[in-house]
Design a protein. Sequence first.
Length: 161
Amino acid sequence: MFRSRFAKSFIVFAILFFTIWVVRNRGFYTLATMGNIQRINKTEASALLENSRVQIVDVREAREFETSHIPNAIRFTESLTQQLDKNQPVFVYCTVDVRSNKLAKKLSKAGFKEVYDLKGGIIHWVNKGGEVITESGALTNQVHTYSKWFAPLLRKGEAVY
């Protein structure tokens, strides 16, 4: 009986671990199909952002964006989709990459040629040494973590929620 219970627990754990690993690497909304979406880390994003043609889109709420955002980012609104150039690369991010993954899938379906989604969101960006600025353009160490539940993920900087 112990072995049977242990085996079942192990199988459940293995399935859960595999599911978390797949979602982490492919994204929640792009789990079934990635399309032309590339999920990239901070190092890859930094290299991408050296290209001035990249459209940087912050998918977070206004209060999150005002606290801090990646330099040159514009905050997403529904009308922004029509203003973006489908032939230029688009880089999207949010707090932990759930909202940005959803937008990345939407942009891909809308015909955008190159869509990049930041794995781990702005929290990953800051944890790996990426700079963020306030709405006035000043460097800051504050990061809006959406809620207190995501605050422990931030290892560098000051969590605001």
